[in-house]
Write a protein that binds this ligand. Structure first.
Ligand SMILES: Cc1ncc(COP(=O)(O)O)c(C=O)c1O
Length: 461
């Protein structure tokens, strides 16, 4: 980090801004990485250094970091025509109608209605409220516990973070909420027993879920939330057979299933939805991020007719659906999302992801020969590498996260940004990435891995 000059943007940032998901003491000493502009899959800092962002920012910048003229114009025209109006109390906007109709036509399973919000957290918070609303409307209000997974991530609002299985995000905040439960982390590579197949491991995971439901009492368990591929948990793929077994348990105990497609939705796994990649049959689907290629803050919750009919029955008894936000269905966010979906269709983004994803996976399999890498797996354009102290025994580094922190620093120095989760390296590059950019990204990453190995070996000597 460069010296922080008085009154520089970095000094003013330290003086005035609280950065999310940041160690405030480290930040106060080191200051920010000041991002000045974006160009395709790259960002450029205020000193002119460029970085390939292998994480698409926060798994979201699907079309890269600078909007096309076409997308920018849509936002501009919408702002001039109708820059804001709300959708409370029966107000509607053409662009919001077009967007929800489009989303329903793309849904992986029959869905009935859409609710719009501004973030993945809000979409999941809305889903959590609807789990309670639904069960209350059908006369089972006691079915109010919701199960997430250890290391699952569903956002940072009070309810969504409670459902997330991230103890560091609960600590100090008096969370999680008391009705949230967390079942096992289905990380096959790290947690399988010697000789245990993926299928057998998946059975063990589904049995753990069933035991939890039985221990709580099925009459008290309302829903289960899962990401098709766990993102913030470290780009963890479901083991073979996992979702088939889990969904059988949910059906057995009449537990709603909510698929959190905030990362997986819109092509990330090589299909429009992760639900298609893993044959999920959710009652509700939350999505955000790539919905607008991250150029506008918008999220959606798709609900099936069973949920909607229960909600409608409340209206028939005379009560309003008392939920919503000032910006629900905001016209500029909706216009950009709609145009983003058109761009995906016109550019056949799903087939592009399949093609470059296969190329990327092949390159990562080669990189897994590196002495630090114990495991490489992925689907579409979401992949994870796990660094280990011993490749044969899968022995992790002690303490966990030490190698990851070193790698993170070297990667930045070599001009590649990856998402490090403990000692896992998660990749979710912009969906528009091509083969030459993948090669350059992995060339930089290999340099960072070599430097990390050098540091770790020097420390061990
Ligand atoms: C799977 C998943 N769900 C929900 C969220 C929360 O989305 P947001 O940060 O837009 O609130 C995230 C964010 O990374 C996510 O990865």
């Amino acid at each position: 980090m460069n010296a922080i000059l008085p009154n520089s943007p970095a000094a003013r940032d330290i003086a005035y801004y609280v950065h999310p998901q940041t160690n405030l003491a480290t930040f106060r000493n080191e200051g920010p990485l000041l991002v000045a502009r974006g160009q395709g899959c790259r960002i450029v800092d205020d000193g002119g250094k460029e970085y390939i962002d292998a994480a698409a920012g926060l798994w979201c910048a699907s079309l890269g970091f600078n909007a096309s003229e076409r997308l920018a114009r849509v936002a501009y025209e919408q702002m001039k025509t109708l820059g804001y109006y709300h959708t409370f109390r029966q107000r509607a906007l053409n662009v919001q109608i077009d967007l929800v109709e489009k989303l329903l036509s793309l849904a992986p399973v029959p869905m009935s209605k859409v609710l719009l919000q501004c973030s993945g957290s809000e979409a999941n918070d809305t889903a959590i409220k609807l789990v309670w609303y639904y069960h209350s409307a059908i006369g089972k209000p006691e079915k109010n516990k919701i199960i997430g997974r250890k290391n699952g991530y569903h956002g940072n609002t009070v309810a969504a973070v409670s459902l997330s299985g991230k103890p560091d995000m609960h600590a100090g905040f008096n969370l999680p909420l008391p009705m949230m439960r967390h079942t096992e982390f289905p990380h096959y590579y790290r947690n399988h027993e010697d000789g245990e197949s993926e299928e057998a491991f998946a059975t063990r995971m589904a049995e753990a879920l069933e035991r939890l439901i039985l221990a709580e009492g099925p009459q008290t368990v309302g829903a289960f939330f899962a990401e098709p591929v766990m993102g913030a948990g470290g780009a963890i793929l479901p083991p073979a057979g996992y979702f088939a077994k889990v969904q059988a348990v949910l059906r057995k105990y009449d537990v709603l299933f909510v698929a959190d497609e905030v990362i997986c939705g819109f092509g990330r796994t090589g299909n429009w939805w992760g639900s298609q990649t893993y044959d999920l049959k959710p009652d509700m689907i939350s999505c955000a991020k790539a919905l607008s290629a991250a150029f506008q803050p918008i999220s959606a919750l798709l609900i099936n007719d069973k949920i909607y009919q229960a909600m409608l029955s409340v209206g028939e008894k005379g009560a309003a659906f008392a939920h919503g936000y000032t910006h629900s269905g905001h016209p500029v966010t909706a216009a950009v999302a709609l145009e983003t979906l058109r761009i995906y269709e016109e550019s056949d983004i799903v087939n592009h992801v399949r093609r470059v994803g296969a190329y990327f996976g092949g390159k990562l399999a080669k990189l897994a020969e590196h002495p630090l890498i114990g495991d490489a797996r992925g689907v579409g354009l979401v992949h994870g590498l796990e660094m280990v102290a011993d490749k044969k025994t899968r022995r992790p580094f002690e303490p966990m996260g030490k190698a990851g922190a070193i790698l993170d620093r070297h990667a930045l120095r070599h001009g590649v940004i990856v998402r490090v989760v403990g000692d896992r390296i998660a990749f979710s590059p912009p969906l528009v990435i091509d083969e030459p950019e993948i090669d350059e990204m992995l060339r930089r990453l290999r340099l960072a891995l070599d430097d990390t190995l050098g540091d770790l070996s020097a420390k061990a000597a």
